[in-house]
Design a protein around this ligand. Structure first.
Ligand code: SAH
Ligand code: SF4
Length: 343
């Protein structure tokens, strides 16, 4: 499985081949990925045949399309049965891939389907990078209507907490940047607030974007929604995010999932505005996508608008995010490897 080898170690896989073959294969894996090894046109057929059955470190178990073909969700299945979900969202000028860093998640945020279904295992760097390679190959070879054939952004907002799988995520980012040639500025790491992880990320050489999933502006409420807040309370999280901004000079964003009557009050908006101002952060509001094991409801459109207005009047940059792929359970927080689980 070539993606499970570090790009520098590919020669191990092709022991009997000359080194230029290794370079050619590396290009096919990382520079111009293809869905099928049969399309690796400058490799001999025998080698293509050898690579083909294990090109991807997972099988494509489910592929679903929504939003007139501009949203696509894949459920990949690793050979040990671990589920890996990725969602590609196409727009007129960009294409963003939402990737998973873990199969499941151990952190148990109450409103998140991944959290509700628990932790399966960490993903390997190659399993993380292969999601990106697969989407790049898909865009190049199949494409989406009215969407560029090039992947422009990668966000770690699929299943799992990237900073709870730090070393493997770090290695995945290294491969995306150094081997695939992606700009670190086009990569966003979204975290529930693992403070030591944020501090380590600030010391890495890559200026990736940092998104903080805040959802509540006081510790009492946040600890209820996001249990890990008891370990890393808001003040510590804010300090780590501020240090990231200072060091990287990359604007931090704050994610806020809007839950009816829970965190959509004007008091919360006030406290959030104070935090966002201190961090020079951009706030992304997203209506909750209902999940099977939680009774929380999304905020009404009116409350979302009022909340956004309250932030704007306090000079905070705010975007209300669209919820792509709702009908195929591909929207934020809905990923949980539904295959085989009836509802
Ligand atoms: N573990 C990381 C990244 C994966 S979750 C994190 O928590 O940031 C990606 C985003 O989806 C987070 O901002 C998360 O809070 C949000 N999210 C989770 N469940 C959601 C839901 N049901 N509706 C809307 N957003 C949700
Ligand atoms: Fe894990 Fe993020 Fe879901 Fe929380 S919101 S359970 S950290 S994936």
């Amino acid at each position: 499985m070539p993606y499970l080898h570090a790009p520098e170690d590919l020669a191990q896989l092709l022991e009997d081949e000359p080194s230029y073959r290794v370079d050619q294969l590396r290009d096919w894996l990382y520079r111009t990925p293809v869905l099928d090894a049969a399309d690796m046109t400058n490799l001999p057929t025998s080698l293509r045949d050898r690579i083909a059955p294990t090109l991807w470190p997972f099988a494509v178990e489910v592929e679903q399309s929504a939003d007139a073909g501009t949203t696509r969700k894949w459920l990949f299945r690793a050979s040990d049965g671990a589920a890996i979900e990725a969602v590609l969202m196409g727009y007129p000028k960009r294409a963003t891939l939402c990737i998973s860093s873990q199969a499941g998640c151990a952190l148990g945020c109450t409103f998140c389907a991944t959290g509700q279904f628990g932790f399966e295992r960490h993903l390997q760097p190659g399993e993380i990078v292969a999601q990106v390679a697969y989407a790049r190959a898909f865009l190049r070879q199949i494409g989406m209507p009215g969407v560029p054939g090039r992947l422009t952004n990668v966000v770690f907002m699929g299943m799992g907490e990237p900073l709870a799988n730090y070393d493997r995520v770090r290695e995945a980012i290294r491969r995306l940047v150094e081997t695939m040639g992606m700009s670190a500025r086009s990569i966003t790491v979204s975290t529930v607030g693992i403070v030591p992880g944020i501090r380590r990320l600030a010391d890495e050489p890559w200026p990736v974007n940092l998104a903080i999933s805040l959802h509540a502006a006081d510790d009492e409420l946040r600890s209820r929604l996001v249990p890990i807040n008891k370990r890393y309370p808001i003040a510590d999280l804010e300090a780590a995010a501020a240090a990231y901004y200072e060091k990287k000079r990359r604007r931090v964003s704050i994610e806020w999932t809007m839950m009816d009557g829970v965190n959509d009050t004007l008091e919360q908006a006030d406290e959030l505005a104070a935090i966002a101002s201190r961090l020079h952060a951009h706030v992304n509001l997203i209506a909750l996508n209902p999940t099977p094991l939680s009774d929380e409801r999304p905020s009404t459109q009116l409350h979302i608008e009022q909340f956004a207005e309250a932030l704007k009047t306090r000079a905070v940059n705010v975007t209300v995010r669209d919820t792509r792929g709702r009908e195929i359970d591909a929207a934020c927080g809905q990923l949980r490897a539904v295959s085989g689980i009836s509802r």
